[in-house]
Ligand binder design. Structure first.
Ligand code: NAP
Length: 320
């Protein structure tokens, strides 16, 4: 809805007023949009890139019910096409600021929106190792996405850093496309699911246990990695062409901080079982609110947040 007399091309002008604005177009945001619209709320989804979130980079999803095996991009295309049947998704629209008040005011790179409620589904970003050489070598041998960049390393020497589901899935992916691969993990056991450990073992992928990265070495591109064995203290340099870092996620919670939302120590937004935050009419779901960080959990969170929002805005009969 465009406010009368105000053009949407005026940069900082108010371009729309909604019952609820969903910020972030991953699985949680898309699900929130579908449920909010179907509950009769005026709603829009603001997405700074393209809809789909981190799932877009998953080579294969095998645990989303109804889809025994589907590439992440295909699943998210289907989900965003479904959401678009109901709700407008503004792509490339990054939220820069949010303010509370009578109405929430949401400022993006192309305008301002007013809303009675906000559902925050801003997701999480890849955690960095914060070691020498990492920052300067992104795109020159350092990658946080095996599916995106793995192909360039076919037949070449790479390491995957981490011991969670992402690291082991990435390792299997890189192995299957023909990279010469080892895993570097800081402990003596993986935290990833059992079946992934088994696949790593069966495929004879070597693991440097109890080992941390001290430095990523190279000038114009990565040439080696310096590793330290935490048990012996020994340091050695391993020649490599690529370093795939998969050491977890950091929530994108800057907007949550602006809104004064309670967060845990890791910066994940605290929500109750209905996905309400501590601030009335603000809800959070998906990776930004932590939990098991699964697609199925994100779509649940988005739906539950939208229905809580409906209850709070509309006060339906069953609440009285
Ligand atoms: P994660 O489960 O948090 O694992 C992160 C890994 O990185 C851990 O092994 C951790 O070591 C290690 N690590 C963390 N900081 C490090 C540092 N500074 N230096 C070296 N190592 C470090 O993260 P994730 O694997 O990205 O998974 C995130 C969530 O997505 C999880 O809930 C996971 O189950 C889910 N996921 C699911 C699937 C699937 O079901 N198909 C696929 C991918 C991810 P420690 O073990 O020592 O802490």
């Amino acid at each position: 809805m465009t406010i009368e007399g105000i053009s949407s091309s005026q940069g900082d002008a108010v371009v729309g007023e909604y019952d609820v604005v969903v910020i972030g177009g991953g699985p949680a945001g898309l699900s929130a949009g579908i449920y909010a619209k179907r509950a009769g709320l005026e709603c829009i989804i603001l997405e700074k890139g393209v809809p789909g979130g981190q799932v877009l980079t998953s080579p294969s999803i095998e645990n989303y019910p109804g889809f025994p095996e589907i590439p992440g991009m295909k699943l998210m295309d289907a989900m965003s096409d479904h959401a678009r049947r109901y709700v407008d998704i503004k792509e490339g629209e990054e939220v820069l600021r949010v303010r509370g008040g009578d109405r929430f005011e949401i400022t993006t790179n192309s305008g301002r929106y007013l809303a009675r409620a906000i559902i925050l589904t801003t997701g999480a970003i890849h955690r960095k190792l914060d070691v020498a050489g990492e920052e300067g070598m992104v795109g020159k041998g350092v990658s946080y996405c095996a599916t995106c960049d793995g192909f360039f390393y076919k037949g070449r020497e790479v390491v995957v850093v981490g011991g969670g589901n992402t690291a082991l899935t990435d390792a299997l992916y890189l192995h299957s496309i023909g990279c010469k691969l080892s895993i570097v993990h800081r402990r003596d056991s993986f935290r990833a699911d059992r079946h992934l450990h088994e696949s790593i073992r069966k495929n004879n992928i070597p693991v440097f246990w109890n080992t941390v990265v001290e430095e990523i070495v190279g000038k114009d591109e990565v040439t080696a990695i310096r590793l330290r064995d935490l048990k012996t203290g020994a340091v050695h340099t391993k020649p490599v062409n690529g370093v795939f870092i998969a050491v977890g996620e950091v929530p994108s919670s800057q907007l949550a901080a602006e809104l004064g939302l309670d967060m845990d120590q890791g910066g994940f937004v605290s929500v109750d079982k209905s996905f309400r935050t501590n601030v009335p009419f603000v809800y959070a779901a998906g990776d930004v609110s932590g939990g098991i960080r699964q697609i199925v959990a994100a779509v649940h969170g988005g739906a539950a947040a939208a229905l809580s929002c409906f209850e709070d805005l509309m006060n339906p009969y069953y609440r009285r």
